[in-house]
Design a protein around this ligand. Structure first.
Ligand code: SF4
Length: 468
């Protein structure tokens, strides 16, 4: 499982969601704990659940990881039929309890709890309009805005109100919604973020990734289609295709890095896609290395693919401490090298005197790579060649991923050979975008905007991204 902390030089995901409905009473809070724990890599700042019991909705959310915030539910009994949950990552100043999810409100359409993975790219325009019209907005998250739109809709029927809301929202939203006794799951018309569902013995679960179904031993049925809304209650399930078909823009970075490797979505196994990326890097290689080493864990699977395709031995030149909690992680530049050293350490016996092909998934600021290369060099590596299983990242994401500013992105300032000099490597190469497209059989169904700067639609609020 990939673990993204502030010490890593990686993109940050905003969220993961889960929703469960059962034909018979089960301990829903306990059942939500496990999929949220499995989705922890999608957000580590806060988490929460909403569940319905005796006709009342209870919401509990707090800052912190699932294992600390929600573990008390493992010892308690709250038999119920329905619940949703959320894990959230936040950035600068956004790490506040009021932004934690699910969000809940009593509205003229009944009680609604909502959990969201994604980012509404026109949220500023919506926020301004709502506030001009007198709405009191309490958080900086897009999700609250969606709740306002649902509540303010003049449509009486919840499905009509939701469709009206979605017609006003642009961007990425994979949602689980609890409305009265119904669980509703929604995927935006572009399908930026994954959303899957599974069924077992009268129970239906919707989760961001299949790894969260697996932990409950609930068999995967299928992904929700882009623009699909599925409603499930004790009378059965219905599906509404609420948006006209549009070009799919599934996030390529879910396959490159974000999703857990044991998950399956966008029609592919994440593990297989990453292995293929490694093979594709090896295909264009002209440097003869002694060993292929991943930057653990983000480069592990691509390194295996590279090693097999290149016929070069795979070895672990770096070991990773998996117990680096957040306590001592201080994201200030002076501590960066120390933080990397707390997490990764070279294995001199594996790399001394060797030409090392170092594989990682992406280069954002280049700061972590600089420290890693120095550590490998100090431990005796003869040559270090860094290969990235993604193209150069040059543009922001408006669809649910926190990417630094254009100025901070190293590929906007330096060419690959300049990056090599900057980080102290013998060479640096990125996977070409044409090669990247070959890791899936349906490349036209994916988003590549952070590489190309070309977006699936006109972004109306480019300067003011909001985090969910
Ligand atoms: S811009 Fe990049 S990170 Fe954002 S959805 Fe597209 S591929 Fe994913």
């Amino acid at each position: 499982m990939t673990n993204k902390t502030e010490s890593s030089d990686h993109f940050k995901h905003f969220c993961g969601v889960a929703g469960i409905i059962s034909d018979y009473e089960v301990n829903i809070p306990e059942m939500l704990f496990y999929p949220l724990f499995a989705l922890q890599h999608r957000g580590q700042e806060s988490c929460g659940i909403s569940y319905k019991r005796h006709g009342r909705v209870t919401t509990y959310k707090h800052l912190g990881m699932v294992s600390s915030v929600l573990s008390h539910y493992l010892k308690e009994q709250h038999p119920s039929f329905l619940g949703i949950g959320h894990v959230r990552y936040s950035t600068h100043g956004g790490n506040k309890l009021e932004n934690a999810q699910p969000v809940f409100a009593s509205t003229n359409k009944g009680e609604i709890a909502l959990a969201h993975n994604g980012n509404i790219s026109n949220s500023e325009a919506i926020r301004t309009r709502l506030m001009d019209e007198g709405s009191i907005v309490q958080s900086t998250s897009d999700t609250e805005l969606m709740l306002h739109l649902i509540a303010r809709s003049r449509k009486k029927d919840i499905v009509d109100a939701l469709v009206e809301t979605f017609n006003q929202c642009e961007g990425a939203y994979s949602l689980v919604i609890m409305h009265e006794d119904t669980l509703i799951a929604v995927r935006d018309p572009h399908g930026f973020r994954p959303l899957v569902y599974g069924k077992k013995d009268g129970m239906t679960a919707f989760t961001s990734e299949t790894c969260a179904l697996d932990v409950l031993d609930i068999p995967f049925v299928r992904e929700l289609e882009p623009g699909e809304m599925m409603l499930r209650n004790r009378s059965g399930s219905t599906t509404v295709q609420f948006a006209k078909s549009t070009r799919k823009s599934q996030c390529m970075f879910e396959l490159i890095y974000f999703s857990r490797p044991d998950s399956f979505h966008f029609g592919v196994s994440v593990h297989q896609a990453r292995k293929k990326l490694g093979e594709l890097i090896a295909e264009a290689e002209d440097i003869d290395c002694d060993i292929v080493c991943p930057v653990p864990d983000s480069g592990n699977i691509a390194a295996i693919g590279y090693s097999v395709a290149a016929g070069k031995p795979f070895d672990l030149g770096l070991t990773r401490n998996h117990y680096t909690g957040r306590t001592f992680i201080q994201p200030i530049p002076e501590q960066r090298e120390f933080n990397v050293r707390m997490k990764l350490h070279p294995i001199a016996a594996a790399i001394k005197g060797k030409k090392v092909m170092l594989i990682d998934d992406s280069l954002v600021r280049g700061t972590t790579s600089q420290t890693i290369v120095k550590m490998l060099r100090d431990a005796g590596a003869k040559e270090i060649h860094l290969r990235l299983s993604s193209p150069e990242i040059k543009s922001p994401c408006y669809f649910g991923i926190d990417i630094p500013t254009r100025e901070e992105l190293i590929s906007n300032r330096l060419t690959p050979s300049q990056i090599a000099s900057h980080i102290g490597a013998d060479s640096v190469r990125f996977l070409g975008i044409d090669s990247l497209k070959r890791c899936v059989s349906n490349p036209g169904d994916f988003c590549y905007s952070c590489f190309t700067g070309s977006y699936p639609f006109d972004i109306k609020d480019p300067a003011k991204r909001r985090k969910n």
